[in-house]
Ligand binder design. Structure first.
Ligand SMILES: *Cc1c(COP(=O)(O)O)cnc(C)c1O
Length: 399
């Protein structure tokens, strides 16, 4: 039987939990929205409390909350001491805020190919490390897919390359039982509306390294109030850097932090809810047989599948467009990474022309046939199964 059409909204998030709304109202009633505006020296602001809780969640010593995920990436590279025009390796398949952050701090983006499982190609990484001799990899766990972190870390260790993780899509995920974001020197997260916890905009940065975190805190705009941080290194660490580190203002405020704390407490529950939706969607797609391929997960990875990607090899460019339109007519809102001009967020590396020209033939082939769909938690499990089935039916109807 052919599935009927779908009416759900692919960008509709769940409401902010009642407890979070009440916490936000309390912050507004206090008037103390700025993170350093405390009533007494021993008051821990909402922002400082969020940092304590997220550091604990990540099993890391330190955490800093800031203005956005992209800003967290910038802070991480500045804290690392990236020099002007220094090369930074990153994924050829990621979203535009990643090369954008490298540009913002004056680095030079060097792209690495991705595999059919949508993770970094470690052979190409090795090639690029031998050729460029970089100090840093900014690894983007694009769409939540985790590369083999054991292999990656061994490879980076052998080439003395440091790792900063972009965990915009892996908050709540882990590899080998270790939280995504704790495998390198710094982990960066986003709390923007379309990620795993929602404060509209916002970012988090975690680390175990004293000096990196002290620099990140001062860079974020702590003035000389860094002692109001709790998930932070001791005063002595700041003494050595505080007058040599610029204030690149980009703090988080107590209102956003208050909204995020109750959501963090629900993150693991929501991770399972996303994964149930993913499995149901994949079941629906499976009715098209093996003409629709899903990326394979590494067995050591626990991923949080808040979106789904699949590829269809047999379509021409024209059939891809026909397929997109037919899915849309049935209410299934897909994005396609194969279009020559980026639509909404489907940025492709060749549309970041400010980087200069890169050639990634493997990534080109993968993106030409790759589709992407959000799985908002406002969809039920059976909604997701239905949308998967609709898409499978539409694909079978095309040639
Ligand atoms: C959203 C996103 C970011 C940046 O997050 P913002 O909070 O929007 O700045 C970075 N990397 C990836 C892969 C993202 O999807």
């Amino acid at each position: 039987m052919l599935a009927k059409s779908f009416k759900g909204n692919f960008t509709q998030q769940e409401p902010i939990p009642q407890e979070a709304i009440e916490a936000a109202v309390a912050v507004m009633q206090s008037g103390r929205l700025h993170r350093y505006n405390v009533a007494s020296a021993d008051e821990v602001s909402e922002t400082a409390a969020l940092e304590i809780e997220f550091a604990r969640y990540q099993n890391q010593r330190y955490c800093l909350a800031c203005a956005s995920g992209g800003y967290a990436l910038q802070l991480a590279m500045r804290a690392f001491g990236l020099k002007h025009n220094e090369p930074v390796l990153t994924n050829g398949f990621t979203l535009s805020p990643v090369p954008g952050a490298i540009e913002a701090v004056g680095g030079k983006t060097v792209l690495v190919e991705c595999t059919a499982d949508l993770v970094l190609d470690l052979d190409h990484l090795k090639h690029q490390m031998q050729k460029i001799k970089p100090r840093l990899l900014l690894l983007s766990h694009m769409r939540g897919h985790l590369v083999d972190m054991d292999e990656l870390c061994a490879l980076l260790g052998a080439h003395k390359v440091a790792l900063i993780e972009d965990c915009a899509h892996t908050m709540g995920a882990s590899f080998g039982g270790k939280k995504s974001g704790s495998h390198g020197i710094i982990g960066c997260f986003s709390t923007q509306t379309y990620k795993h916890i929602n404060s509209g905009e916002g970012g988090l940065l975690t680390s175990d390294n004293d000096e990196l975190m002290a620099r990140a805190i001062v860079l974020s705009g702590s003035y000389m109030l860094f002692e109001r941080h709790v998930a932070a290194p001791s005063r002595e660490v700041f003494d050595s850097i505080r007058l040599q580190t610029p204030n690149c203002s980009g703090r988080m405020d107590n209102l956003r932090a208050a909204i995020l704390r109750p959501q963090l407490a629900q993150l693991d529950v929501n991770a399972r809810r996303w994964n149930e939706r993913y499995d149901a969607f994949a079941e629906g797609l499976a009715s098209a047989g093996n003409s629709i391929a899903l990326p394979r997960n590494n067995p050591k990875a626990f991923e949080v599948s808040s979106s789904i990607q699949f590829s269809i090899n047999r379509f021409s460019d024209e059939e891809n467009l026909q397929f997109l339109q037919a899915c849309s007519a049935k209410g299934a809102e897909l994005k396609w990474f194969g279009a020559d001009d980026p639509v909404a967020y489907t940025s492709r590396y060749d549309s970041w022309q400010y980087l200069g020209k890169s050639t990634l033939p493997e990534t080109d082939t993968i993106l030409r046939r790759l589709y992407d769909c959000r799985l908002p938690l406002t969809f039920s499990v059976s909604d997701c199964r239905l949308v998967g089935k609709l898409i499978a039916d539409v694909s079978l109807a095309i040639a």
